[in-house]
Design a protein around this ligand. Structure first.
Ligand code: MN
Length: 254
């Protein structure tokens, strides 16, 4: 067995540990080529894990496919098909990815059942919500009541543009050790009805749910923003989030 040193977490066996293997979902370009932004890969490496891109397809074998992994990241991407939560497409719905939806729904259900740590980012958060029986705003601008802030920022991805109020006593508040954080924002869908066992981890000032966590899972966090992109500018809270996630994955491996 290869012995590896993991700087972000000293394991109980004295400091030399196998790094946790993190499965990251990916998109497809024109249905032919898998794509994943490097920022996800770099964030996992930086926090002390080994990233592995999980391709679309192989739905029937998800129970086996989750086995080698110590944790999962559901990455950002296209809109989730509204028929998966019992709605017809609204006019404001964006691009959907049927093959990705089909695979990720099966993969998410197997991952959730495994009880291994899960981090959902943007679309990933939305997909996990639907996998747990929740629903989404297909387009917050046209479907959510009240004045909606700009959630499709024009600033660069590494720039935090709006505030999120973290829920008192939430796991996220413990990770960030703050009541309010500033995040980036590249979404026009958002969580509407939350899925089973989820509670709100943070909201924007217009009421958009920006984070959730599971009450029945060792680590199950969804964030509507992109911490992997904030990490490019050395955002301390984003590093703490990835390190907290990787540490939980690591404990599963010990
Ligand atoms: Mn937002």
């Amino acid at each position: 067995m290869v012995t590896l040193y993991w700087p972000a977490y000293v394991c109980e066996r004295g400091g030399d540990c196998m790094k946790p293997l993190i499965g990251i979902t990916a998109g497809q370009h024109k249905g032919t080529t898998h794509i994943l932004k490097d920022t996800y890969v770099q964030a996992v490496i930086r926090a002390g894990g080994i990233p592995v891109i999980v391709p679309i397809g192989n739905e029937p074998n998800c129970a086996q496919l989750i086995e080698p992994f110590d944790g999962f990241i559901f990455s950002g991407g296209e809109d989730v098909d509204p028929t998966l939560f019992g709605e017809e497409p609204a006019r404001g719905l964006g691009e959907v990815a049927p093959a990705r939806d089909a695979f990720e729904m099966a993969f998410a259900k197997a991952a959730i059942q495994s009880n291994k740590p899960i981090l959902g980012i943007c679309r990933g958060m939305q997909l996990l919500n639907v996998a747990l029986g929740g629903s989404l705003y297909q387009d917050i601008e046209t479907q959510k009541e009240g004045t909606i802030r700009q959630h499709d920022q024009k600033a660069p991805p590494s720039h935090p543009s709006h505030f999120v109020q973290l829920t008192e006593g939430s796991y996220l508040q413990k990770i960030f050790t703050k009541e309010t954080i500033k995040v980036n924002s590249f979404h026009h869908q958002a969580v509407k009805q939350m899925g089973a066992s989820l509670k709100i981890g943070g909201v924007a000032s217009d009421g958009v749910i920006e984070a959730f966590e599971s009450t029945e899972h060792p680590f199950f966090v969804g964030v509507q923003w992109h911490p992997e992109a904030l990490l490019e500018k050395e955002d301390e809270g984003s590093l703490q989030l990835f390190q907290a996630f990787i540490q939980k994955c690591h404990k599963g491996r010990d």
